[in-house]
Design a protein around this ligand. Structure first.
Ligand code: DX5
Ligand code: ZN
Length: 217
């Protein structure tokens, strides 16, 4: 599996150091949580943060937008240096338009589903997306507990992906640690986001290496 440390749990006073540590530890993605205080009850980063992170690393900048009216911000995040932009299916009535806009702006388009949203809600988008992010907690905060029922959804999505020979990545986000990552990997997830497990530890580098080791093919 590819590992995507979430900088929501990093040390904001020394973000460059934390980014370097996970980069050198072999993380392929850097997960950046964008929260608007409306779609989720929390606030976090904007495009300026993405722009500041861009020159620090060649890792894939994976921007997870937890915002209402996402179309308003796609161009700004693309110009700031995002590689992947994820948008919640619950955030807009025109998700196909938003995903098309992400691609037009030169980024990979990812659709995100909350724990309470079924796979059937994104079925029609599957031939079109570069990635699907299955939330394994309700979004808004780091450090929450993994919702085990969501594993069935990962299996369901993996089954469709295999049958239809789709190529999108299957990303999981929320409550990922050395136990839950194994369940997600065996259900077919290809990318794991990990925030508190990596950064709220003495040695983030070791944690990234451990998650990679546990899920290597
Ligand atoms: C939650 C965010 C996550 C968060 C994960 O809304 O989308 O990316 O940073 O944090 P952990 O791994 O601590 O659950
Ligand atoms: Zn996230």
């Amino acid at each position: 599996m590819k590992i995507a440390p979430s900088i929501l749990s990093a040390n904001f006073l020394n973000i460059q150091k934390d980014v370097k540590i996970v980069d050198q530890a072999g993380a392929e993605y850097l997960h950046i949580d964008i929260m608007d205080g409306h779609f989720v009850p929390n606030l976090s980063f904007g495009p300026a943060a993405v722009q500041a992170l861009r020159p620090m690393t060649d890792m894939v900048l994976d921007c997870h937008l937890m915002v209402e009216q996402p179309d308003m911000y796609i161009q700004q995040f693309a110009q700031a240096g995002a590689d992947v932009i994820g948008v919640h299916v619950e955030a807009t009535p025109h998700i196909h338009r938003t995903l098309a806009l992400i691609k037009e702006n030169g980024c990979k388009a990812e659709v995100v589903v909350n724990p309470g949203t079924p796979i059937s809600a994104i079925q029609e988008l599957l031939p079109f997306v570069d990635a699907v992010l299955i939330m394994t907690v309700d979004p808004g905060f780091g450090g929450q507990k993994f919702i085990p029922e969501v594993v069935n959804k990962i299996r369901q999505l993996t089954k469709i992906r295999k049958k239809e020979q789709f190529w999108f990545e299957v990303e999981v986000d929320g409550g990922i640690n050395d136990t839950t990552i194994k369940e997600c990997a065996s259900a077919g997830a290809t990318i794991a986001v990990a925030g508190s497990f990596v950064f709220e530890s003495e040695d983030p580098s070791k944690k990234v290496a451990l998650l990679k080791e546990l899920t290597k093919d």
